[in-house]
Design a protein around this ligand. Structure first.
Ligand code: PLP
Length: 398
């Protein structure tokens, strides 16, 4: 008898969490590591949101709630979709879970069966393929290119769809590339999804973190038909700097939401009661703190993209949203430091950590080995120092 299930044995831990753990342990040993690994804003949760949680605590709002979230939060989510995307949902079409990751997990469990193909454009968020696999679906990776701003083209999408395709995942703005689909691009994707009768899972968690004049569009808002084909995965973590509070949500058809609710009722039950109250305040309260965070991210993004593109042999796409850059370092592959050859993104990330004390996440983890992911959810001072170190380290490779 083996102790572990095949499921557990085939699963790798989340690489982004692993890099951060390694950087933190070096920091704990007194080593001055600059980390570009963070997947969370470096700002505190806004005060009004913390106050709402404290109030809930003081009022004794500390018991079980309905499995899929309190009506007050569902109504705030419904209001948010109406306000931001013109979408109308009922309470029975919304489910609150313990983070956007949990929302996606429940969704995968609710709609995928063995043999179902799920198109995952690469570079992808690290957790999509394992969560699809845990639900016994088959992730089908569709490569995108830097030239196409890391977006799946209608032609590639058509080529990838088979009779077994059940869903396409769209993550706009994207982790790790920061690329985002325009309304026009989404219209073409929607047309294909409708004609081929597949679902679109739209992960909109970075919706509010967009730059310059970019206008976010939800693919669900394109038509009533497309709304029926779309399941939106969202959450408060990134917009309101609430990563630790663990509140995510899903909007979709009543049938899917009811199945997800069942799964949640037999696993985690409701998300934390006081975090739900805090999320109501996040969604319906003043949004000025969000604007401040986005403005700080925007300045850092301009600086980091400019610096990286000035480095010899590095090219970096300018992200339209989220707080990551995804530069291409592949011109350094084949070079060496003290006789040790750098052959891929993992070698280069190890080299940056060992030689420059800079933590980045290897692109291979996102399905793109020519790149490294750098998060700019860290201070400008850290960004400057970290990039100086990266530049020096690259010069030492021969
Ligand atoms: N979707 C994407 C693309 C993400 O990058 C993340 C977090 O890194 C999530 C979903 C899940 O966020 P959370 O579970 O913290 O709400």
């Amino acid at each position: 008898m083996t102790v572990l299930s095949n499921r557990a044995k085939s699963l790798k831990p989340s690489p982004t969490l692993a890099i951060n753990a390694k950087a933190k342990s070096m920091q704990a040993q007194g080593i001055h590591v600059i980390s570009f690994g963070a997947g969370e804003p470096d700002f505190d949760t806004p005060e009004n949101i913390k106050q709402a949680a404290k109030k809930a605590l003081d009022e004794g709002f500390t018991k079980y709630t309905p499995v899929g979230g309190i009506d007050e939060l569902k109504d705030a989510i419904i209001m948010k979709f109406k306000r931001d995307s013109g979408l109308s949902y009922k309470r029975s079409e919304v489910l609150v879970s313990c983070g956007g990751k949990h929302s996606f997990y429940n969704l995968a469990q609710a709609i995928f069966d063995q043999g179902d193909e799920v198109i995952v454009p690469a570079p992808y968020w690290v957790s999509y393929p394992p969560m699809v696999s845990l639900a016994e679906g088959s992730p089908v990776i569709a490569e995108t290119t830097e030239k196409n701003e890391f977006k799946i083209t209608p032609g590639d999408l058509k080529k990838t769809i088979t009779t077994k395709t059940k869903a396409l995942i769209i993550n706009s703005p994207s982790n790790p590339t920061g690329s985002a689909y325009s309304k026009k691009e989404l219209e073409k994707i929607a047309e294909i999804a409708l004609s081929k009768n597949i679902f679109v899972i739209s992960d909109e968690i970075y919706e509010k973190i967009v730059y310059d004049e970019f206008q976010f569009t939800s693919i669900a808002s394109l038509s009533e038909e497309m709304k029926k084909r779309t399941i939106i995965v969202h959450g408060v973590a990134k917009t309101y700097s609430m990563t630790g509070w663990r509140i995510g949500y899903t909007a979709g058809s009543e049938e899917i939401i009811a199945a997800m609710n069942n799964i949640q009722s037999q696993s985690t039950s409701n998300p934390t009661s006081i975090a739900q109250k805090a999320s109501v305040e996040a969604l319906i309260g003043p949004q000025s703190e969000v604007e401040k965070m986005v403005s700080a991210f925007s300045q850092r993004r301009n600086y980091i993209v400019d610096r990286l593109n000035k480095m010899r042999g590095v090219s970096c796409y300018k992200p339209m949203g989220a707080f990551y850059v995804f530069p291409n370092f592949s011109s350094y592959y084949g070079k060496a430091y003290q006789g040790k050859k750098i052959e891929n993104s993992t070698h280069l990330a190890d080299y940056f950590l060992d030689a420059a004390k800079v933590a980045v996440v290897p692109g291979v983890e996102f399905g793109a080995d020519s790149f490294e992911r750098l998060s700019f959810a860290t201070s400008m001072e850290n960004i400057k120092e970290g990039l100086d170190r990266v530049e020096e380290a690259l010069k030492k490779l021969v």
